[in-house]
Design a protein around this ligand. Sequence first.
Ligand code: SAM
Length: 338
Amino acid sequence: MSYKIKYFWEIIKILEAHEPVLLKDFIKLVTPITGCWVDCTFGAGGYSRALLQNGASQVLAIDKDSETKVFLKSIQNEYGNLIKFYNQSFADMETNDDITNRDDIDGIVLDLGVSSMHLDNPSRGFSFRKNGPLDMRMGNQPGPTASEIVNLCSEATLADLIFFYGQERKARKIANRIVEERKKKEINTTFELAEIIRAIVPKNFKKDPSTRTFQAIRIAVNNELKDLSKALIFAEKKVRRGGTIAVITFHSLEDKIVKDFGKTMSGKASSINRYRPLVSKNYPSLIPVNKKPVVAAIDELDRNKRARSAKLRVYKKVSDNPSRILANIEFPEVELGI
Ligand SMILES: C[S@@+](CC[C@H](N)C(=O)[O-])C[C@H]1O[C@@H](n2cnc3c(N)ncnc32)[C@H](O)[C@@H]1O
């Protein structure tokens, strides 16, 4: 089989296997869909395609991973230039003139985290189930890689990031063991790191012992929490009145950022300090469409394991102007010091 044909079948296989999480719930909550949407996390294009199928007149799609561009062709074949793709981080949307110059953005959606293409490709180094180089970069950023973090950060920094980003109670012990092991030999593969963690964290029938530590390192490599908060602040400014902001999160740190942001912008946050004044209750900027986050139904959970931890929150913009308050989005930030 020629390389091109093999590559084509690889893409078809990925598309067949890939089911975008909570897509039906998203479409239901944001319908009627009109106008221009920004899909901040294009991935395999499931959300972008569904937006066009359900009424969007234009989709501006972003992904920091240039490899996702292979999924653009089939959407372009159907919808021509109604879809445009930008290989950049959604944290830098304000540098994208096609987005900033528009004042008619109807919706912005973020379906966060890694895609199954990342997890399934051992050479990207995201998975503790497949051996590969310890990389974990989602985009084309120069670094640091997961391997640089694991081999160069101080023990205290490793402990902090595993604790705060992974919410792993055994963070200090894991950090200590990593430092002991790297004195003997650099830790360069996903299996090497997973083995170190398994020696510390007991097996659990629900989760692999490495889950939390891998999540923590991935968040640090990709600056995920800061990028999310930057994107939310921009989205609230950019979406038109009546427009929508929708976010699908995959762990509690992300969900807390979205929830706190929604509370502040809808005037529901308690004013805990003088730097975070309440938005006037009469003039909130956003209102939540769903009071409780949407989670996957049992049939989706049966088909798609990734949906287990997914939560969807949707907000409507109800004011003409962006909020003048600075959303003080709080999240743990660990300086890598490398
Ligand atoms: C869960 S997948 C999205 C799947 C997509 N909604 C679909 O239907 O196929 C998340 C995607 O977001 C991308 N991503 C994560 N963080 C990003 C960021 N800061 N900027 C741009 N893209 C990002 C990842 O590269 C990945 O392709």
